[in-house]
Design a protein around this ligand. Sequence first.
Ligand code: MG
Length: 368
Amino acid sequence: MHTLPPIIRRIEYWPVDIPITDPFVVATGTRTIAENVFLRVTLANGAQGYGEAAPFPEVGGETRESCLTALHQLGETVLGRSAASYKEVGRLLSEQALTHPAARCGLETAVIDAYCRASSIPMWQLWGGADVRARKTDITIPITDLDKTVTLARGWHAKGFRLFKMKVGKDVENDIRRLEAVHLALPDISFIGDGNQGFSRQDCLTFAQGVKRFGGKMVLLEQPVVRGDLDSMAAIRRETGIPVAADESVRSLADAQAVVARGAADYINIKIMKTGVAEAVEIASFTKASGLKLMIGGMVETRIAMGCSFSLVLGLGGFEVLDLDTPLLLASDPVTGGYRYEGPHLQPWSDPGLDMAAAPSPNVTTIE
Ligand SMILES: [Mg+2]
């Protein structure tokens, strides 16, 4: 069907605002609206692919404004190149805009999606198709008051969720009380405690002891302390006996190498929005080869970016903890097609690329 070479002919990008149902409060910041950017790449052979940039200023330092500015230049760079050389495109984008990983990720995703559609393969096939089956995600409970915490948890529990990622790290005693209240209401669940760098080493030890005291099942401590404090991450692993996941500590392959060298984590949390897609694949391979475990998550993303992450889960295999829940936290779904949620399960798709579509808004920017 597509006989012309997969040359990138047109890039369109436009801002999207999607309200978040309950304010997304974490130790480092608050979001009430996902202010993201959607992209669409069109190839000379007519194939189209979609991507998404989801900047989270407190984590990556990027804003939507800076994403839009970066995309203009990055778009000019990839125009006229072959989508088949998506790896080289990823490298070029990194060279040009190292500090704009979300913008790079959006464009890279759209190029890869277009390439997969032109090749008539689902995106997970591109990564090897190692583990194609329905998978369960956790659900995130933001930092909020005790009553609201329990109400949210009960709502998700009724929909089948059993792994609760609790945002913590602002007030350790209050964090323990919130987890205890959820545990008492729903004794069959497990917790991930995500500190988003908000704890001191001692706070985190106090938190872990507090949860142990009331009998809560804590399966993972995610990024308890500031990203560069790898010594405390290693100490927390040793002293609590609970696995630790490095999230903000790993924003590049070099970061992942440092975490491994210092024995700072049991899991590395892969996020395409931190590194772009190609480097995320490299970090995942390195993590597995180093004997650490893989987790995957995202910023506040729709099913476009999260579908790309799910393609890595299905294609690369080896991901033990999925934190791919943010489309469920949004008030609406602006995307059609692609993977589906059934309670906590993500159901794979079988059509080419991400198999998704979204209509450009009137304030679209077009580069061709
Ligand atoms: Mg995290």
